[in-house]
Design a protein around this ligand. Sequence first.
Ligand code: RIB
Ligand code: CA
Length: 350
Amino acid sequence: MTEAEALPVFADVDTGVDDAMALAYLFASDDAHVVGIASTAGNVPVDQVCTNNFGLLELCGRTGIPVSRGADGPLSIPLRTAEDTHGPEGLGYARLPPVDGRLTDYDAAQAWVRAAREHPGKLVGLAVGPLTNLALAMRIEPALPRLLRRLVIMGGAFGYRGNTTPVSEWNVHVDPEAASEVFNVWGAAWGLEKPSHLPIVLGLNLTEHAAMTPSTLGRLAAAAGSSTTPMSVLDDRGTRSAAANPLIRVLEDAMRFYFEFHFDQGEGYLAHLHDPLAAAVALDPDLVRYRQATVDVELTGTLTRGMTVADWSGAWGRYPNAHIGVEVDPEAFFDRFIARVGPFAASLVS
Ligand code: RIB
Ligand code: CA
């Protein structure tokens, strides 16, 4: 597929471990042409997100993709980061060589708007971090919902517990005001007029079905034709990957930290691939089943701030503003992830 035939994709990430896996998936996909990356403060501070994005572009041979720096923090509250989950630099135990990347001379919000205007009606937006910069972009360009072909958001939890508070998911929890603004403005922009253009929203209720295990990671190394050593919860903490392939090595070092975090949380030696699933859906929405609903975010609850609430039955009398992911076949996703990222990793050394 030529670049001109591929889907133009704009990725807004708070590169962390699963964001990195999502970017690798997009770079490995012939049906995706990544036209820009927005660095959003979240898992780690925004400048570390920029550094991680430049390091991944260098590793994956995609240094021509423009990277924009987002806001220092959320719209109206202090930034909270998650080095406990993603590691001190956001990529687990992986350390990428420093890259002298040059940021765009416009910020991430402007980058959203520029990309949408350059690809009117064709751009696929993917937001897998806090929605700070997407909200700022919609303030600059209220027509953004009409300019995008598709928007996929990884965020929230619907009829499901949170991962940051008992009821709040990380991306929404970091900037609840931004999430509320995006859902409400998008609903007003489209409402019933073009339900097909409502954002796809993938919450933990869906993405936690994409649980990567050491054996799945082993399948990825094999698909890359790379040697590796199977990971185990019995390994010494911080054991570094011996994979011969440089991308597999980085992904294994990143994932080991993520496996250890989930194990310590009592969820098993595994890792939920929230963002890579969202990236796969951005390229192929048919991977998931959806239910239409009106989504809003609790902003004032003492115990429930940052909770995403879905009105499935029109009780609020408001237009639907989201297609919420409710069902996925994890094996179909992992088969596709491995079938794309494995050979891509191999191509980096051939
Ligand atoms: O709750 C999961 C989300 O929060 C993912 O996007 C992960 O990268 C973190 O940002
Ligand atoms: Ca993320």
